[in-house]
Ligand binder design. Structure first.
Ligand code: ACM
Length: 641
């Protein structure tokens, strides 16, 4: 089907040769498959052919632009084997131009890109715009350009186009949690580079939590000598065995200040700002295992948590912690500690914001403590929420004293928001709407849809997480809900929590392709977005990700299974697919389904006495999804009441 579509579009383009083929929201024309889709794209007949003698020209005395040209040279070299040369000014095939008079349409990140036989022109008001023009140009080249080793027999053609492009939002973020599982500096760079390939520009780095403190603070060495290490566990995070007496804490790691500097520069070279998160006052078991005197319980037996259970969740966001992972908001020592932390964090991270967490703080240990009760009475603080608001306001003052702005999860709205604070809306979109009405800046990252740790396909073969976010839901989600004051919306973000993500391949599996849906939602004008158009482009990008050895998920090919009981009390199984045009074959007799077995056409009444419902998707006679096998009791559990 993909090929047919390409051919049809090619024929249409050929027929309208004299007029040229203009496209706006369909950016998967002949050999073109861009993500995120640009604001406007006009395809012309012909192409630019990249060769070993292609030259690049950059403006004189613009080292930053020369660096971007070098980035392009470095990206092109592994697959093609070509070493392109760049020079200042003069005639060349590929020309980078910084607009002498700013083009008002492009803003700070937009660009124009024109390609034709023998010529590529990339122009922008800023180096960032040129960088995004380079990303689009790379996507015009064949998918093999992503290969890290030379690929022979490829014609390195880029279709002839004229593109005008700029982003919908200035904040296009991805969050990476390196506390629940530690990831190396090299891998963090790889993650950042791939973000840049899709024009994301904010890397939110969740550096601290109950399971590891990952950033060196020179004035507080125990944070990393103790707080970065936990006992090793490989089970299901949340149900792991607690640390045993005397067991060595050998699992973990942290980034030195030199590592951080290197990563911040690496991100900056890709026009990505790094937002550090130090999550307080809750989520702080790693810090308190290092400095137990900073909680009200002063629990000297506390250990960095290895993914063992220490809380009970009651639903509706209500919970109880059985171990104290919370800083004491009444203790001046805590603010002295945080002043040291934020002094060093502010020096390491040039971005204007610092994130202080503020989420899921359990107030029970505070409320039961006599000293805290006396403090609250004296200060006329009525409840735990107001006490947390007192803490957040103190942190806000500390962060402001370092000439930075504070951001926090939407709990910082409770008990009264600190002046100047920005809010990251995660418990749905409510917090974002509220913060915008209070005239505070907002980043939309609502769970579950923008939570990259949610499972994305058939539950029985995805990681054990409490909720799902399929690619289609992520793509079609309206990130500007009714009632929000859009003036205060900085942009949006996808969050990769890593409780159930212990490895690099799993990071990629959970991130892609959903980050592509987010990249398009955050960049492309809403009116140009189309799921039907996006999906085949995603499939084209699967080939790019294959070439780059990125372990993206193919969960879109697995069926959506809904189970009901019919009037006779029998299980009725309804199947559908996210991707159109798939065939589903199933069995109920313990055999393995394939194209010789029944094809799904209507809801299946599950026969009494059957053990398993098995199914698999096919496309054009070839298996494309996983073999899924559900036991009768699994089906019973799924019955929609
Ligand atoms: C969060 O997911 N606790 C921000």
């Amino acid at each position: 089907m993909m090929l047919n579509r390409k051919i049809v579009i090619a024929i249409l383009c050929a027929m309208s040769f004299a007029l040229s083929c203009t496209q706006h929201n369909n950016v998967r024309a002949q050999n073109i498959s861009l993500i995120p889709a640009p604001v406007s794209l006009k395809q012309e007949p012909g192409h630019f052919l990249l060769t070993n003698t292609t030259t690049i020209s950059v403006p004189a005395k613009q080292p930053e632009v020369a660096r971007i040209a070098q980035y392009l040279i470095d990206k092109i070299k592994p697959a093609t084997g070509y070493t392109l040369t760049s020079s200042e000014g003069g005639k060349a095939h590929i020309t980078f131009t910084l607009n002498a008079k700013p083009d008002a349409r492009l803003g700070k990140e937009g660009y124009t890109l024109h390609t034709e036989a023998g010529k590529v022109d990339i122009a922008a008001n800023t180096p960032a715009g040129l960088f995004y023009g380079v990303q689009t140009f790379l996507q015009l080249l064949p998918e093999e350009i992503e290969s890290t080793t030379p690929v022979r027999d490829v014609e390195w053609k880029a279709a002839a186009v004229t593109i005008l492009d700029y982003p919908r939002f200035g904040w296009r973020g991805q969050m990476f949690d390196v506390s629940r599982h530690f990831f190396t500096k090299e891998y963090v760079k790889k993650y950042i580079d791939r973000m840049a390939r899709y024009k994301m520009n904010r890397f939110h780095w969740h550096l601290t939590d109950d399971n590891g403190w990952r950033v060196e603070i020179k004035s507080l060495p125990r944070l990393t000598s103790v707080g970065a290490w936990r006992v090793p566990r490989v089970g299901t995070f949340g149900s792991n065995e607690p640390p045993k007496a005397g067991e060595a804490a050998t699992d973990g790691g942290f980034y030195t200040q030199a590592d951080i500097k290197e990563i911040v520069q690496y991100a900056k070279d890709r026009y990505i700002e790094v937002l550090p998160e130090i999550d307080v006052p809750g989520h702080s078991m790693a810090a308190l295992a290092s400095y137990p005197e900073l909680s009200v319980t002063n629990d000297t037996t506390l250990k960095v948590n290895p993914g063992s259970s220490f809380s009970t969740w009651f639903g509706n966001g209500k919970f109880e912690m059985h171990l104290d992972n919370t800083f004491d908001p009444t203790d001046e020592k805590v603010y002295q500690f945080l002043d040291k932390v934020f002094t060093e964090i502010a020096a390491m991270f040039p971005f204007e914001y610092i994130h202080m967490g503020g989420d899921e703080c359990y107030k029970g240990f505070w409320e039961r403590d006599k000293g805290v009760q006396a403090f609250m009475k004296k200060k006329n603080i009525k409840n735990g929420e107001e006490l947390q608001a007192y803490f957040v306001k103190r942190v806000d003052r500390i962060i402001q004293s370092k000439k930075k702005k504070m951001m926090g999860w939407d709990e910082i709205l409770e008990g009264g928001i600190a002046p100047g604070a920005a809010v990251m809306s995660w418990r749905g979109t409510k917090g974002g709407i509220e913060a915008s009405h209070l005239k505070h800046p907002v980043v939309m990252s609502p769970a579950p849809v923008y939570y990259l740790d949610m499972y994305q396909g058939e539950r029985s073969i995805e990681p054990p997480v409490y909720s799902s976010a399929r690619l289609r839901e992520v793509y079609t989600f309206n990130l500007l809900p009714a009632g929000i004051d859009t003036t205060y919306v900085l942009g949006a973000q996808g969050n990769l929590w890593t409780e159930q993500i212990p490895t690099e391949p799993q990071v990629e599996y959970m991130t892609y392709p959903r980050a592509l849906a987010m990249a398009e939602s955050f960049w492309t004008p809403e009116k140009h977005k189309s799921w039907e158009d996006f999906l085949p482009r995603v499939e084209d990008h699967f080939k790019r990700l294959d070439a780059a050895h990125i372990n993206y998920a193919r969960s879109i090919y697995d069926p959506i299974i809904a189970v009901k009981k019919n009037a006779a009390g029998k299980l009725l199984i309804e199947l559908s697919t996210e991707v159109p045009g798939l065939d589903i074959y199933y069995t109920v007799d313990n055999t393995i389904p394939n194209q010789y077995y029944p094809r799904y056409t209507a809801p299946v009444e599950y026969p009494d006495g059957a053990d398993n419902f098995r199914l698999i998707t096919y496309r054009k006679g070839e298996p494309i999804g996983h073999l899924i096998s559900l036991k009768t009791e699994d089906l019973e559990k799924r019955v929609k009441k």
